[in-house]
Write a protein that binds this ligand. Structure first.
Ligand code: 4AD
Ligand code: MG
Length: 463
């Protein structure tokens, strides 16, 4: 018997086929006429397949009437046109085999509605819910779309290290990697002696693959990374994870404008592909998670982003009359409330902010002629705020060395990075897109913990 997924079985073209469908029971409904309806889901799509189980099945009383939410079954039968609401097909069962029971007294998802907070405690079961199934399908679609976009644009996919000795963002919030015994590490001159450590030196989990990506951009042209990133900041917000995925394109011979053009084209493509390829899941998010989502995304896919300098943005925020928790002042970093005000209230579109004060940005961003600002850019979107951070890179050796001194960085630790400026330095630029932030934006999910399979946040790394 041919195996079909629920997604295929639900299509009108499948009417008349005989097939085996395997999945998990969502609900069972018994009819007075001596037959039952099972709603079957296998994760291939949001919708369920209705199975009609007739009382004449040999195991109707022994098996079918014991089925409950969560049971795993294999059903063979004929796909027929259905008159039921919200479905074109249904499966008339010729046989039903129980693969695994799920005790309704104990199965946590027996009850229909749970809060997202509660579901986080069941990271092993939540993918069986409508919301997480839809989130995971959108994640998959976006991951595919990211690779296709860059491959279409002639980029090379590079893999940068997860264990690293350098700190890209200079934020000092890194996880250590060590095999030294924590209870009694070897010491020399009162300090932990890393000579005896696995790598013979202190090492960390990467906060960004950018510096390594620059190596490949300045030899191979246009490259991108797509990998896990780790930050040990104690940020307990709905937009921060300690482990998240980041996409970092890096391009030789690109200036900041080229960088902004690429970021805009890239985000628009991700939105378009998701709307086109995940239509059913996206209607679910519109209906149950964030009304208005589809209109917002259609707008993003079809209209240009606003480009505003940091200095202009500060002026707008100072004059707008809104009350903010954090004061607005030239030279201070923008807070999430400011970013959201700009993109949601002032412009109603994604906004690209550029030319930030040099004092609040990392050493590698190119210093502008005014001496006060750097060629940084952040892309802000409604609800999420910052989704992309990037810049044109400082390609002038002397300026870069000066910036490192300014930020108390030891040039010896970055000798290879400086070599890229010593030997054939060229203008180049790049950015980082937070994968979970873009999934939040596309699905309307309020908390970033609910768009990644296993969230890691301060005090929480179960599973
Ligand atoms: O702005 P960030 O820190 O930039 C960099 O790391 C650069 N090296 C990127 C580059 O130019 N190649 O981070 C980039 C993006 C942010 O805009 C945000 O979307 C996401 O990564 N991000 C986080 N996402 C989830 N949890 C966190 N703790 C995040 N920190 C940053
Ligand atoms: Mg940033």
């Amino acid at each position: 018997m041919e195996k079909l997924t629920v997604a295929v079985a639900r299509r009108p073209e499948s009417i008349g086929r005989n097939a085996r469908i395997e999945g998990w029971v969502r609900t069972r409904r018994d009819s007075k006429g001596g037959f039952s309806f099972l709603e079957l889901n296998d994760g291939s799509c949001l919708g369920n397949l209705q199975v009609v189980a007739d009382g004449s099945l040999p195991n109707y009383e022994t098996d079918v009437l014991r089925l409950s939410s969560g049971c795993g079954v294999s059903v063979e039968g004929a796909l027929l046109a259905s008159s039921g609401h919200g479905q074109t097909t249904e499966l008339k069962a010729a046989s039903i085999r129980v693969l695994g029971m799920a005790d309704p007294e104990q199965y946590p998802l027996q009850k229909k509605r749970h809060s997202f907070e509660k579901l986080r405690e069941w990271a092993h079961l939540r993918p069986r819910t409508n919301t997480f199934g839809a989130v995971m399908r959108v994640r998959n679609c976006v991951a595919n779309s990211i690779h296709r976009f860059f491959q279409d644009e002639g980029f090379l996919y590079v893999q940068t290290p997860i264990i690293t000795a350098s700190d890209c963002e200079g934020a000092g919030a890194m996880f250590r990697v060590t095999t030294l015994p924590l209870d009694n590490p070897p010491r020399r001159d009162g300090k932990v002696d890393h000579a005896a450590d696995f790598f013979g030196r202190p090492t960390y989990l990467t906060v960004s693959g950018q510096l390594e990506a620059e190596i490949f951009a300045t030899s191979l042209g246009k490259v991108y990374t797509f990998g896990p990133t780790f930050r040990a900041e104690n940020s307990n917000t709905s937009r921060h994870l300690a482990e998240f995925w980041m996409i970092e394109p890096e391009m030789a011979f690109f200036d900041l404008n080229d960088n902004m053009d690429l970021a805009e084209r890239f985000l628009r493509r991700l939105v378009r592909d998701t709307l086109d390829q995940c239509a059913e899941d996206m209607r679910f998010f519109e209906q149950f998670i964030e009304p208005g989502l589809l209109t917002t995304l259609e707008g993003v896919a079809s209209s240009a982003f606003r480009r505003v300098s940091y200095t202009e943005a500060i002026g707008i925020l100072e004059r707008c009359g809104a009350e903010f928790e954090y004061p607005v002042r030239w030279g201070a970093d923008l807070q999430s409330e400011h970013e959201r005000y700009l993109t949601e209230t002032v412009f109603g579109t994604p906004v690209v902010l550029y030319d930030y004060p040099r004092s609040i940005k990392p050493f590698y961003m190119r210093v502008n002629d005014d001496g006060r600002t750097v060629r940084a850019m952040d892309v802000l979107v409604p609800k999420v705020g910052e989704i992309i951070g990037g810049s044109q890179r400082e390609e002038r050796l002397d300026v870069l060395e000066g910036r490192m001194r300014e930020q108390n960085l030891d040039a010896r630790d970055y000798w290879w990075y400086l070599d890229l400026r010593r030997f054939g330095t060229v203008p180049h630029a790049g950015f980082g897109l937070g994968f979970e932030r873009v999934i939040q934006f596309l699905t309307g999910m309020a908390n970033i913990r609910d768009v990644i399979p296993f969230p890691r946040t301060p005090g929480s790394a179960d599973f």
